[in-house]
Ligand binder design. Structure first.
Ligand SMILES: NC(=O)c1ccc[n+]([C@@H]2O[C@H](COP(=O)([O-])OP(=O)(O)OC[C@H]3O[C@@H](n4cnc5c(N)ncnc54)[C@H](O)[C@@H]3O)[C@@H](O)[C@H]2O)c1
Length: 279
């Protein structure tokens, strides 16, 4: 069975160059650190030309330099992923300088800290929602316009298990990530019939710049072995494990995956709270 909406690569295309993103052009935001850096490097290693975006100019320059040293193609762009003008400009730069755009990974995010709810300000909520939710919306809007016009494209957003359940982040952070889960569901339907796919990843506890205080605190207290113990794999995750999921969702291997929020969390979000029997 086939129809004209099926991508040509289903089942493998022997004429395709090596690499799961060979020939594609990709934007990765939050690429100056952690998950975004790991994803930018993996996408490039799999054949994509990458526009790496971060508000940290040093961080994103380092990522692009790593990619080039590894034999890949990368441009660094310092920008605010929550600014309409910046997002519009870096999407246009990718199209102009990379020669097109097939993949967008909207990954930049901020934690918003650990402030008691009765002490949180409107300014805190506005900033966390601006970067974590309006940022992905802007990326979807501007990259999506190009992808709809060309009739194909793959968008991945980083949500979080905090967007599915409580106790994995602060109130504004968790609300922003629940918003990202909703964004990919509604955007997949807004892109109805266009050939553009959009999905989210919900990471569990991953060692990155964002979670460094948790890891530093646990290590200083001699409790590193306690990190990640509340999921069935009983360990925390690595940025490369989220990058691998992003690569899958960005690639044609995920050609029938759309509108989903995929937990990559060691099984954390599969469980209810319980007390394990001592054996
Ligand atoms: N680390 C975890 O355990 C975890 C779990 C679930 C979700 N996440 C999400 O993963 C994503 C990546 O975070 P990370 O864990 O790699 O942390 P990180 O702090 O190592 O990386 C985040 C990057 O985003 C950049 N950034 C922040 N605000 C920006 C803005 N306005 N414009 C451009 N860049 C901006 C930062 O400079 C940083 O380089 C975030 O969306 C985060 O919420 C992380």
């Amino acid at each position: 069975m086939s129809n004209e909406k099926m991508p040509a690569v289903i089942g493998g295309d022997p004429t395709r160059a090596a690499g799961r993103l060979a020939g594609k052009r990709a934007i990765v935001t939050g690429a100056g650190s952690g998950i975004g850096r790991a994803a930018a490097r993996l996408f490039a290693a799999e054949g994509a030309a990458v526009l790496a975006v971060d508000r940290s100019a040093d961080g994103v320059e380092q990522t692009a330099a790593m990619i080039r040293a590894e034999g890949g193609v990368a441009i660094a762009q310092a920008a605010d992923a929550g600014s309409d003008a910046d997002v519009q400009a870096f999407v246009q730069r990718a199209i102009r300088e990379l020669g097109g755009l097939e993949v967008l990974y909207a990954n930049a995010g901020v934690s918003g800290g650990d402030v008691p709810i009765h002490e949180q300000t409107v300014a805190l909520w506005e900033e966390v929602l601006r970067v974590n939710l309006i940022g992905p919306f802007l990326a979807v809007k501007h990259a999506g316009a190009h992808m709809v016009a060309q009739g194909h494209g793959a968008i991945v957003c980083t949500a979080s298990v905090a967007g599915l359940r409580a106790n994995a982040g602060g109130n504004p952070y968790s609300a922003s990530k629940a918003g990202v889960v909703s964004l990919v569901q509604t955007a997949a339907n807004s892109f109805w019939g266009t050939g553009v796919r959009i999905n989210a990843i919900c990471p569990g506890l991953i060692e990155t710049g964002m979670t460094r205080p948790i890891f530093d605190h646990a290590r200083a207290a001699g409790h590193e072995d306690k990190l990640g113990q509340i999921n069935p794999l009983q360990r925390y995750g690595l940025p490369q494990e989220i990058a691998a999921a992003a690569l899958f969702l960005a690639s044609d291997e995920a050609s029938y995956v759309n509108g989903q929020a995929l937990p990559v969390d060691g099984g954390l979000s599969s469980t209810l709270p319980f007390k394990r029997r001592v054996r």
